[in-house]
Design a protein around this ligand. Structure first.
Ligand SMILES: Cc1ncc(C[n+]2csc(CCOP(=O)(O)OP(=O)(O)O)c2C)c(N)n1
Ligand code: SF4
Length: 288
């Protein structure tokens, strides 16, 4: 497959020069190309924010939803057509703040989708307010004395909920991120990849250098099937590990649903029985 199948050509990209979203976009394009994913079989789903613009810059199908609402349509799209590759991708505010409830219940539901989160520890699009993953003490035009809350820990929450695949990457480390993304996309079931992403305009605390100084890669001694060890790694705070923390292979949401138990044909390929549909609609009609 040609390497430019996901290229949009000469378009305006509305990110600041130096933004950590650029390497994520480049890495994702390379990952999809190397996995030989057909753009016509790929659906990107996002919410609102700077990171949520990423599907606008990739040649594929996409659905841009409301703030925090990427995961429900992504789950539904995969359920209607399990042949598709579905990626839900947004910022940390979108996925863990406004979309926090969906994040939790999507993990429980376990659809076969990949959930990529650009974690810049700030609200970028709305000009630098604190997000759920902002560090304590981070000063913003709203949190003028510094954030007083503990940061949300997406990996620990995902592992506590027994997510099927949990990983963290860093936008600058393109080769390692590519390997992690490949494993996540190939994985059957819900796969979370939280990617550290510097916001050069509104986050002067968590800079490229800060991330360099505060991360390290899990090595071969880490066993991703060991949930207790994965949780211990996810709750480390001095230096933040990168890599695949936890993998628990299990049936996906689609496989578990009644509609695919006896008939494996995607819902979108089945004939609609108009008579049954009309009868169903009738049951919802208000009397008189
Ligand atoms: C329900 C709702 N609340 C708030 C907003 C305003 N809003 C738009 S983007 C955004 C923050 C986005 O932050 P994040 O998801 O971290 O993405 P980033 O822009 O940093 O990539 C907010 C609060 C909105 N559009 N809808
Ligand atoms: S505001 Fe931050 S996240 Fe948004 S494009 Fe600029 S650098 Fe990137």
């Amino acid at each position: 497959m040609a390497t430019d199948v996901f290229e949009m050509g000469d378009i305006d990209i509305a990110w600041c020069p130096g933004c950590g979203n650029f390497p994520i976009l480049k890495t994702l394009k390379e990952t999809l190309t190397e996995l030989a994913i057909d753009p016509k079989q790929l659906v990107m789903v996002s919410g609102i924010g700077q990171a949520a613009k990423i599907p606008h810059y990739l040649k594929c199908h996409f659905f841009n939803g409301l703030h925090g609402r990427a995961l429900p349509p992504a789950t539904a799209i995969k359920a209607v057509n399990p042949k598709l590759t579905v990626i839900a991708e947004s910022g940390d505010g979108d996925m863990y703040g406004e979309g926090g409830n969906h994040f939790i219940h999507c993990i429980r539901r376990n659809p076969d989708i990949t959930n990529i989160v650009h974690d810049n520890m700030v609200y970028g699009l709305t000009k630098g307010q604190a997000s759920p993953t902002s560090r304590r003490g981070f000063k913003t035009p709203v949190q003028v004395a510094g954030v007083i809350l503990e940061p949300f820990n997406p990996l620990a929450v995902a592992i506590a909920l027994d997510a099927s695949f949990v990983a963290r990457a860093s936008s600058g480390d393109r080769e390692q991120t590519k390997e992690i993304l490949k494993r996540a996309i190939r994985h059957k079931g819900y796969a979370l990849v939280d990617i550290f992403q510097p916001c050069v305009t509104f986050n002067k605390l968590n800079t490229y250098q800060w991330f360099k100084d505060h991360v390290y890669y899990l090595d071969d001694s880490h066993d991703p099937s060991d949930r207790t060890a994965a949780f211990a790694r996810a709750t480390e705070t001095d230096r933040l590990p990168l890599g695949v923390f936890y993998v628990h292979p299990k049936d996906s949401f689609e496989e578990n649903t009644q509609m695919y138990r006896e008939d494996k044909r995607p819902l979108c390929e089945r004939d609609v029985d108009v008579g049954r549909l009309a009868a169903l609609i009738d049951t919802f009609k208000m009397a008189g």
